[in-house]
Write a protein that binds this ligand. Structure first.
Ligand code: GTP
Ligand code: MG
Length: 211
């Protein structure tokens, strides 16, 4: 799929602030610093559409980006940043739970995991949460440029094995790098297919109260 246009639409702190739910959307989630915002920039071919940082905890709100005036990419704040207070973590959990369970036009979550690491408990727990909520998701393995191919494959295999302790079937896995643009076409093609299915079979969206 070709990206003809992309623009930042808005940042939201709660459900009532989200943009109209008239178009399909795809949201990126994962541990702080895993590369969510960078991946949005890579996919859209922009340097700084989504704000990135070498320090974790950069993205704090739900950020909507309108793509081709037809669908949204959504950048979410990350989980697992140790320096976040208990109160803030609880706020995050509540906001994300509402978003994941109530956003009717959310087609698929991309859960990003860092290709350099052994299976992280909070990634596996979050995948279980997605299963509990019944939200479709795929896994994107990030930063694959930082290690050799064999090591990455071994890390992915270990992660899949850990997932299989809780899951009967595995989601799709996409390998990515913002440095080499690995995964760009594959992910965009996947989104394109999802958009076609969405158009053929849109969800029943309840009207929002006007007051
Ligand atoms: P939060 O908003 O804090 O949750 O983080 P994030 O997941 O949005 O991460 P972000 O995109 O800000 O990237 C974090 C750091 O990882 C930055 O320094 C990026 O340049 C770097 N990074 C992200 N993806 C890649 C990649 O594929 N390869 C390499 N080498 N670095 C990457
Ligand atoms: Mg970010």
């Amino acid at each position: 799929m070709k990206i003809k246009s992309c623009r930042f639409e808005k940042s939201s702190a709660k459900m009532s602030e989200l943009p109209a739910h008239s178009k399909p959307e795809y949201a990126f989630i994962g541990r702080s610093n895993v590369g969510k915002s960078s991946l949005i920039n890579m996919l859209t071919g922009q340097k700084s559409l989504a704000k990135t940082s070498a320090k974790p905890g950069k993205t704090q709100l739900i950020n909507h980006f309108m793509i081709n005036e037809q669908w949204y990419l959504v950048d979410l704040p990350g989980y697992g940043y140790a320096k976040v207070s208990k109160g803030k973590r609880e706020d995050w959990e509540k906001m994300i739970r509402h978003y994941l369970t109530k956003r009717e036009n959310l087609v698929c979550i991309f859960q990003l995991i860092d290709g350099r690491l052994s299976p992280q408990a909070n990634d596996l727990e979050f995948a279980n949460k997605l299963g509990e909520y019944g939200v479709p998701f795929v896994v994107v393995v990030t930063k694959t440029d930082k290690l050799g191919g064999t090591t990455i494959q071994a890390n992915v295999a270990t992660y899949k094995k850990a997932m299989l302790e809780h899951w009967d079937d595995l989601p799709a896995f996409h390998l990515s790098s913002t440095v080499t643009e690995r995964g760009k076409e594959e992910i965009l093609n996947f989104i394109e297919q999802c958009n076609v299915s969405y158009a053929a079979n849109p969800p029943e969206i309840q009207p929002r109260p006007t007051v």
